[in-house]
Each structure stands twice: as C-alpha cells, then as structure tokens.
Design a protein around this ligand. Structure first.
Ligand SMILES: [Zn+2]
Ligand SMILES: [Zn+2]
Length: 257
C-alpha cells in the first residue's frame, strides 16, 4: 500500500495544501487539496473519494474533481455519512454554486456518484476493506481504517478531538495518520472545537499502546501553518517520551506499507 499525503495542513498558502490523502493512486480520502496536488492523468486514476466530514477544508476539491472528470468521462464514487452529503451537496454540488453534479453530464451516469456509509459498518470498496469509525469533532465525523488485500492497513482519524479509545479497540493499523492542529498552549480551545495538540495526542497514544501493546508509525497533519515549528517541536517531544515514530506529514510525502 502506498499512501500519499496530498495536503497536510488546515490552512492553505503557497506550499501548504488543505487535507487530502491518496492510497495507491486510486482511493482518495478527503478532498481539501486534491486536484491542485495531482496532474490530470493522476486525477483520472481516482475511482473513489471517502469524506471524513463536511468541512470545506476536506471537501471543496469535489467541485474541481467533478468538473475535470469531463476530460476523461469517468465516474468517481464519493462515500460519506448521510449528514455530510446533506451539507456538501446543497452547499457545493447541486448547481447553485457551479455545475449540478447530481446530473452532470446526465442523471443516469454522473461523473460524481454519492453513496452513504454507516459508522462501524465494514465495506468492500475497490480492493480495500473500509471501516468508518465516529470521532469527536465540531461536525459529525468519521475516521477510516483502510485495509488492502495483503493485510496492510492505515487508520486516518480525520479532524478529531480526544476520546479515541473506542476507535483503538477496533483498528490495528501499521500507519496512523491523525491531526495536530495547534500548539499545546491552545489545548483548551482545541479540545473544545474537536482538535488535538501534541499533548492531547500523547494521551491518546498512551491509551493505544496500553490497549494494543504496540504503537504504529504516527503521522500528524492538519497543522495551522503559523504554528508549525512549535507543533513540530512538541510532537518531537512526544515521540521521544513514547519512544515512538511520530512526525509531521508534509505535502507530497509518500509512505509505503
Ligand atoms: Zn473539520
Ligand atoms: Zn479540517
């Protein structure tokens, strides 16, 4: 399994794209900085997009991906919670903002097709087993465990606050991609809006290790750019304390499992 981090930030600026991952070139998870990270021929290979929640920094490139699909006449299936689709479709995709993607180019075979997922329900999607698990954020959100047929697996929390132990009970990933949105000094605020600091992440990872007896490689993304250096130092400190492989992700980073 090859995991590519297309967007590793919660803020967009030159060199920093919004959150998006790509598995084996075919399965995208979140669509913040998706199309700006890939050539058209790379975009053409995407068959599926999994959305963690409706926030703009995770969904907005559905518009550009759906419009670009006209050039290769392909169909991309977008999976999300019903709540996520209930927000994203009327806000971005039903024709008020741009094209009506429910019937573009026609209602029978639209370039973007939408399907709902249910938390805790394993689903076979392409050649993967996908398990959506609810996480605590300011909007209804799920993380995804994606497991390939050779048993390699990734768990991506999406945007999340603390209290991940119910997820840890259900996943056994080799790679954990999670978020550290801001520095420890904003811990109370981060917790309140459903995000993590390095210190909050440490508490979750201690629980993971107690429960599972190991820690996977951990990559944190969704950093607020102005605080990235501070977050990097704090995450490095946690890695040292837990004697674990924990680092910050970056745009175009590739991890092979
Ligand atoms: Zn969010
Ligand atoms: Zn976000």
């Amino acid at each position: 399994m090859e995991v590519q981090i297309l967007g590793a930030h919660g803020i967009e600026a030159k060199g920093a794209r919004l959150t998006s991952l790509l598995v084996d070139g075919v399965l995208a998870i979140d669509a913040g900085g998706l199309t700006s990270a890939l050539s058209l021929s790379q975009q053409e290979k995407i068959k599926t997009v999994l959305l963690s929640h409706h926030h703009f920094d995770h969904t907005r490139d559905l518009i550009t991906l759906g419009a670009n699909a006209a050039y290769w006449q392909g169909q991309i299936v977008v999976y999300a919670l019903q709540h996520t689709l209930d927000v994203v479709i009327p806000c971005l995709l039903d024709g008020k903002m741009y094209i009506n993607f429910l019937e573009y180019p026609d209602r029978e075979k639209p370039f973007l097709k939408f399907k709902t997922i249910e938390p805790y329900e394993r689903k076979a999607i392409e050649r993967y087993e996908v398990l959506p698990l609810p996480v605590k954020h300011s909007a209804p959100s799920v993380g995804y465990q994606v497991t390939s047929s050779d048993g390699k697996s990734l768990f991506y929390t999406g945007d999340t606050g603390p209290e991940l132990s119910h997820c840890w009970q259900r996943v056994s990933p080799q790679l954990l991609i999670t978020e550290v949105c801001g520095p420890n000094k904003f811990e109370d605020w981060l917790k309140g809006v459903g995000h993590l600091s390095a210190k909050l992440l440490k508490e979750e990872l201690v629980q993971f290790k107690n429960l599972k007896g190991y820690l996977p490689r951990v990559i944190a993304i969704h950093m607020a750019l102005p605080y990235e250096d501070e977050i990097r130092e704090e995450v490095a400190q946690v890695a040292e304390e837990l004697e674990a492989d924990i680092s910050l992700g970056y745009e175009d980073m590739k991890i092979v499992l």
